[in-house]
Ligand binder design. Structure first.
Ligand code: SF4
Ligand code: MG
Length: 322
């Protein structure tokens, strides 16, 4: 199957001065096929959001800079694209849903105007048809009174409501690739389920690909066909979803899975991974997970393992496996 996106040896550094930087995304490579939903998981601070901002070329408001690698989207390296080309791609072929809805809504424009303009950029619909489509999508993301919301400005909406409007806007242009960064974290479970359902439906109807960034493995199990696990700026494991849950090979993945609450198990205190993600400016010399890993040996503290195949479709970065 055809690759829609290929990320190759991506490195993103954050510069505090010309000479001093820390590496937030370190030699990350993966691909997304057409119509596939890939989960990108890991605790916060592991580089998931920076990876997605790097793909979208949206690092400009940060001290971050891509210093190596390629981002091949539909056969073109986005790192060579001009600002204008990137604007076109982002408005049409790739959309992103952020944790923070206000960053993608225009505060000075009513919702109807923003949505209708967006829809008409990508479809031959008339204004009236686009307005109807906007109302439809708003009701699909669980907004009870779309006509009222359409007349509002963003500041008139509650946080949860603006989150849903942003999701509706991203879906309305039917992008080839949707990057969703913790899209439903702030919403209650019912709305969350509705929105995930909707994303899945659009993905199936339109063959959209989704990169779903989340720390919620329940969402991953529900939505994704393949999972990439990141730790401290690097990919540590990659596998099809069933394989990852049945046979997680990296101790970090094992810890994440062990922390998922099991429904009806009566377990209230969850085993979580002790310690925390290392600071970017103080990365361990060997395996980055070594300070938290119960299997760590002297070699783990000294030398970095590579990401290598451990099965037909599974990759793992751990000395225990090779
Ligand atoms: Fe743990 Fe060593 Fe594997 Fe790192 S390489 S995850 S420290 S066993
Ligand atoms: Mg994040």
């Amino acid at each position: 199957q055809e690759n829609l996106l290929e990320v190759k040896h991506l490195r993103t550094e954050f510069f505090s001065s010309k000479k001093s930087s820390v590496t937030a995304v370190d030699d990350v490579s993966f691909d997304i096929k057409k119509g596939e939903i890939v989960g990108l998981v890991g605790e916060s601070g592991c580089g998931k959001s920076v990876t997605s901002l790097s793909i979208m070329q949206l690092l400009k408001d940060t001290p971050g800079k891509i210093t190596n690698g390629e981002v091949i989207f539909q056969g073109h390296n986005l790192l060579d694209a001009s600002k204008k080309e990137m604007l076109d791609i982002r408005g049409d072929k790739m959309s992103m849903i952020f944790q923070e809805p206000m960053s993608s809504l225009n505060p000075s424009m009513r919702i109807d105007k923003q949505m209708i303009e967006g829809i008409r950029l990508h479809t031959p619909l008339t204004k009236a048809e686009a307005r109807k489509k906007a109302a439809d999508i708003l009701s699909q993301v669980g907004i009870p009174d779309p006509q009222r919301v359409l007349k509002n400005y963003p500041h008139q909406l509650s946080g949860g409501m603006s989150q849903r409007v942003m999701i509706a806007m991203a879906m309305s242009c039917e992008p080839d690739l949707l990057i969703a960064d913790e899209p439903t974290t702030a919403l209650d479970v019912t709305i969350q389920a509705q929105i995930l359902e909707l994303m899945k439906k659009i993905q199936q109807d339109k063959g959209m690909s989704i990169l779903l960034i989340t720390h919620d493995l329940g969402v991953v199990a529900e939505m994704c066909s393949r999972v990439i696990v990141m730790y401290a700026g690097k990919i540590v494991e990659e596998a099809p979803v069933e394989i990852l849950f049945a046979n997680p090979t990296h101790p970090y993945t094992q810890g994440l899975i062990a922390s998922v609450p099991k429904l009806g198990s009566g377990v209230k205190v969850l085993p979580s991974i002790p310690g925390s993600v290392p600071d970017l400016s103080a990365m361990p010399k060997g395996c980055r997970f070594a300070p938290r890993c119960k299997y760590a040996t002297e070699k783990c503290h000294q030398e970095q393992p590579e990401l290598l195949s451990v099965g037909e479709k599974q990759k793992c970065r751990c000395w225990l496996k090779h």
